[in-house]
Design a protein around this ligand. Sequence first.
Ligand code: APR
Length: 246
Amino acid sequence: MKDLINKAVEILYQSKNTIALTGAGISVESGIPDFRSAGGLWSIYDPSDYATIDAFLNNPEKVWDMLRAMDKLVSKAKPNRAHIGMGYLERMGYLKCIITQNVDNLHQAGGARNVIEYHGNHNKLICLKCGKRYTMDEKRNEFTPRCECGSILKPEVIFFGEAIPQAALYDSMQLANSAQALMIVGTSAAVSPANSIPIMAKKNGAKIIEINKESTYLTSRLTDLFLQGDAGDIIEKIVNVIKEDD
Ligand code: APR
């Protein structure tokens, strides 16, 4: 692994424009389960019943059961070594932007400033009837959070069947088209259009560093360097080599 860590650092040194795509795996060390690993969220809640916009519109109270369970974990979660290490890479100029599929705000809490939230943020709520916005912090004690107009609030996270926020889509494609290196961290890359980002970056000649507990369909197709293991462990090692070099 030491050799792979050194190769990853070399790619970061060579690249003048590195971006990252992260997924739920990066937050597992912070106590938030991922979706598709054994025991992940989708093994407890069937995504077709809990994670589509139709499921929410047809039975918001039921979907809030899952959302509240998630909120219990997310509201207590602290940024881990991977979030903090990526914040350091950004501050030191080795990472330009993090495109995250996560809604847990942990990259920002870990010090990253340039974060594109591809699937929204769990702490923002909106009333689909009158458009009024709230934060989860304001509404945490309501079993099913309601707007003052009486309508049940929806978290501003992207459910299956909803479009990715226009700005997130556009900005991330621009970044993928000009990246010289892409770090893929803790994602199964199972969901589009997020999983088109590595394909676009590769097409434009970016070096792909994949950090994941297990290989994905990207590993054999476009990954240049696969570092298998815990994101916290691996990113901490990468940062330590850079700190020793400084
Ligand atoms: N370190 C590194 N990788 C890890 C770790 C860890 N500690 N723990 C798990 N992983 C890996 C898993 O092996 C898996 O490949 O992270 C990946 C998580 O994949 P998913 O559970 O599919 O999560 P993600 O890729 O973020 O899902 C994408 O799907 O359900 C939707 O909107 C949801 O944003 C989510 C999207």
